[in-house]
Write a protein that binds this ligand. Structure first.
Ligand code: PMP
Length: 368
């Protein structure tokens, strides 16, 4: 037997666990990780090269530790699109919103503390909780994958969590959470503890509804987390950010590693922000493709959960893993998130979506 993880003195809560692992398979059509299918436009690639070249000249120095220029640019983007005025003091950036969430849990969670999410939802919330020693509570969702407010309020009152996660639009279901529900959860969390409420808006640019940024006014325990991985088509960049009261931005700096955002990352993200309008144009195309996927899947006889994101949850399958494999056999990689009976497909280019729709139509005939 070979020497493995369990032979090492790893922390008890990590024993027998597996890392996050969406398969990275080399297949013709990859629609499994909610990436934006469009490569960055050539003028943006040129601009990144220019900005990175300039940054490279200074790589003998540490980067701007506070990423002031980038945070100012992100604040301007949020102010313009979110109908709520924000300044550099309201915004913090890190390597993907996963790192933002990790910093939030290091600051407000940790040993002896508890976080709750309403599942099925983004699995990394629970995994990052585990990694930061935060106890994780799996809160309920309704049959239709909306948050059952009464049940959620009850869970918050019972567990008195230190951090409450609300993902809207939710991953993997695509479900948007109405602002009234978020407000009611915020109030429940304040009455119970008070705790921090983290609204994960990774997919908000694809939503039919607006960002919850205006709710930040007068709510210092509310944090909105965002990313450039989806709408900005820059998953490879690793740039996530949050908007919150300036005290939250000060607090996360207690746990961030010094110089966590490389000069190359900051330069690249600034270049992407300069091309916001073009990139948001792709978002419109993807929203139309998402709506087409919903309509065509329904016409083919599948159940589809209403989606406000760049992906769609569809089913129902007696054996979703077997259905996943059969779709893969036809050259299309979708995601089995372990939600029994359901699979998730990311909106790709029109050609990729056609290939996916052909595959699931064939599968439907086979299952009939
Ligand atoms: N939040 C949600 C809901 C997500 O689905 C994802 C990525 N799949 C993330 C956060 C993390 O994104 P990133 O670290 O690339 O910003």
């Amino acid at each position: 037997m070979s020497f493995g993880i369990d032979d090492l003195p790893v922390r008890d809560e990590l024993r027998g666990k597996s890392p996050y692992g969406a398969p990275q398979l080399d297949v013709p059509v990859r629609l499994n990780t909610n990436e934006n299918p469009y490569p960055l436009p050539e003028p943006l690639v040129e601009r990144i090269a220019e900005r990175v070249r300039a940054a490279a000249r200074d790589l003998n120095r540490y980067p701007d530790r506070d990423a002031v220029e980038l945070r100012t640019g992100l604040a301007a983007y949020l102010t313009k699109t979110g109908h709520h005025r924000l300044g550099v003091e309201n915004v913090w950036a890190a390597n993907g919103s996963n790192e933002v969430i990790q910093q939030l849990l290091q600051t407000f969670g940790g040993p002896g503390r508890t976080a709750i999410g309403f599942e099925p939802s983004y699995s990394m919330h629970a995994l990052i909780a585990r990694g930061t020693g935060t106890r994780w509570i799996s809160g309920p969702r309704g049959e239709d994958f909306t948050i059952d407010l009464a049940a959620a309020q009850k869970a918050i009152a019972e567990h008195r969590p230190d951090v409450v996660f609300v993902t809207t639009p939710n991953n993997p279901t695509g479900t948007a959470v109405p602002p009234e529900t978020v407000l009611a959860l915020y109030d429940a969390a304040q009455a119970a503890k008070p705790s921090m409420v983290v609204v994960d808006e990774a997919y908000i640019e694809f939503s039919h509804g607006a960002s919850l940024l205006p709710l930040l006014a007068g709510r210092p325990h509310l944090v909105i987390s965002r990313t450039m991985s989806k709408a900005f088509g820059a998953a490879g960049l690793r740039l996530g950010y949050l908007a919150a009261h300036p005290a939250v931005v000060d607090a996360v700096q207690l746990v961030r590693l010094p110089y966590h955002l490389s000069a190359i990352t900051q330069a690249t993200a600034l270049a992407a922000l300069e091309h916001t309008d073009t990139l948001l144009g792709y978002v419109e195309q993807l929203k139309a493709e998402r709506d087409r996927l919903v309509a065509e899947l329904r016409a083919t006889g599948y159940d589809v959960v209403e989606s406000d994101a760049n992906f769609v949850q569809f089913g129902r399958f007696a054996d979703s893993h077997q259905a996943w494999r059969k779709i893969l056999d036809r050259g299309v990689l979708v995601r089995d998130n372990g939600v029994p009976g359901w699979l998730r497909v990311s909106a790709g280019t029109p050609e990729e979506n056609d290939a996916f729709l052909d595959a699931v139509r064939e599968l439907q005939k086979e299952l009939d």
